[in-house]
Structure formats: C-alpha cells, structure tokens
Design a protein around this ligand. Structure first.
Ligand code: NAD
Length: 242
C-alpha cells in the first residue's frame, strides 16, 4: 500500500529534474498522475516510463487558457484531484544592471504568474483533504545575478501563505518547498566555479538530488502532514542557515 494509493496527483514540470523525480516517486507510491509540461517529447517519455495510471498534458503554465484546459482534462479523465505539485519553472542569470526587462518579465511570468494560475485553479478544484505544493527557492533569500528569479521565488512564498489562509476552511492545505542547489538540467549549465562556491557553502557539503526534493513533496501531499499548512520547507542541505 503506497502513501498515495487511491489519490490522483497533478505534477507540473514533470518532464525534467525535480518534477520528473516526483512523478516517478508518486507513481511508486500508488498515485494516478496527471503529468504537465511544455516539453512534449520529454513529457511523453516520462509518462511512458511509469507503471501507473497516468496522462500527459502539454501546456504552458503561464498561459491562463492552457491552465484551465489542463485541469479540465484532468477532471475529465480522473473525476477528482487530491493533490497538485507545481514544479514548472525557469532560471536565467544576469546582473541587475544588465538584465533586460524582457528577461525580468519572462521569469516572473513563468515562475510567479504561472504559480498563481496553477495554485488558483488548484484551490478551486481540490476538495477537503487536498494538498497543494508550490516551489520557491533558497535563492529567494537573495542570490547573485538572480534578481528576477529571487523576486519571483520569494513571491511564491507569499502566494502560498495567502492561499493557505484562504483555503484552510475548505480543508485544503498549501505549502511551499524551498530547494537549495539540486542536480538537474536547470543547474547543469552552471560554471564549475559557481558549483564549487555553492557546494562549499553548503553545510552538508554537496548538492541535492531531485529525489530528495520529491520526498519532501510526497510528505506534504500525504496524510502524514495533515496538520501542516502555510509552511515554507527548505530542502537545501542547510544552505539557508549559513
Ligand atoms: P528543470 O529545468 O530540470 O525542469 C523544469 C521543468 O519545467 C522543465 O521540464 C520545463 O520544460 C518545465 N517548464 C518550464 N517552464 C514551463 C512552462 N511555462 N510551462 C510548463 N512547463 C514549464 O528544473 P528543476 O531544477 O527540476 O526545477 C524545478 C523547480 O525547482 C523550478 O521551479 C525551479 O525554479 C525550482 N528550483 C530548482 C533548484 C535547482 O537547483 N535545480 C533550486 C531551487 C528551486
């Protein structure tokens, strides 16, 4: 009996990195899955590899109509959603004074507005006992060359806490994960000096694995966390306490 047996979970960013690890873990824990990403080929591969009931829905989470369509398809297929884990996000780096406004707006659009669109719809659709997990970042504490990313990710914390208040009486919980440096395609392009600097500053002395963030999401989606809402959980090897 898995920790998500009998539950249907919608996972965004499911084609890569943390979202893909979460998709795999939730399937092993018995969930039926709605896997969402804008990368059609990678998403199809991720879903085909699952031994679970699952559908793939290609969508851009920053497009309101696309988000509506994702939830409509999920409900049509499964009738009900018990949890939503939103990992879709983008990163881009530039010092603030070299940061084109278009890049600022694009990162905020996907990471913050995308979270709002998914979270708002999840709040509407989830029923009593439902759980929503959003994704911020340790970068929200401030991160060199990441003004737009940091602002958006800290914004997600405010969004999660507000939705936790607004949805509490409905019996729906909302929490946000704050990963540190995790080994995924998003961070694969970081220059070696940046890796060394981050790993050197990490109390545990290493980067995290996507599965380690997925495990925290599993806890927040499962009934083991039934009395936890409005919380921001660092999954960062202690990086945030240094
Ligand atoms: P990743 O690039 O491996 O995966 C991100 C996925 O999101 C990709 O499959 C991508 O196609 C999808 N995506 C991006 N924009 C989308 C959109 N508009 N609509 C639909 N799908 C979209 O990255 P990851 O490292 O797995 O990151 C997952 C989440 O964790 C992100 O929100 C990221 O900001 C956050 N995070 C990552 C790290 C890290 O070190 N990797 C640290 C802190 C927070």
């Amino acid at each position: 009996m898995g920790r998500l047996s009998g539950k249907t979970i919608l996972v965004t960013g499911a084609a890569s990195g943390i979202g893909r690890a979460a998709l795999d873990l939730f399937a092993r824990e018995g969930a039926s899955l709605v896997a969402v990403d804008r990368e059609e080929r990678l998403l199809a591969e991720a879903v085909a590899a699952l031994e679970a009931e699952a559908i793939a829905v290609v969508a851009d989470v920053s497009d309101p109509k696309a988000v509506e369509a994702v939830f409509a398809e999920a409900l049509e297929e499964f009738g009900r959603l018990h949890g939503v884990a939103h990992f879709a996000g983008v990163a881009h780096s530039a010092l603030s004074w070299n940061l084109p406004l278009e890049a600022w707006e694009k990162v905020l659009r996907v990471n913050l507005t995308g979270s709002f669109l998914v979270a708002r719809k999840a709040g509407e659709v989830l029923e009593e006992g439902g759980s929503l997990v959003l994704t911020g970042s340790v970068a929200g504490l401030g991160a060199f060359g990441l003004a737009h990313y940091a602002a958006g990710k800290l914004g997600v914390v405010g969004l999660a806490r507000t939705l936790a208040l607004e949805l509490a009486r409905k019996g729906v919980r909302v929490n946000v994960l704050l990963p540190g440096l995790i080994q995924t395609p998003m961070t694969a392009g970081l220059p070696p000096w940046a890796w060394e600097q981050e790993v050197g500053a990490s109390p545990l002395g290493r980067a995290g694995r996507p599965e380690e963030v997925a495990q925290a999401a599993l806890f927040l989606l499962s009934e083991e966390s039934a009395y936890i809402t409005g919380q921001a959980l660092y999954v960062d090897g202690g990086r945030s306490i240094v």
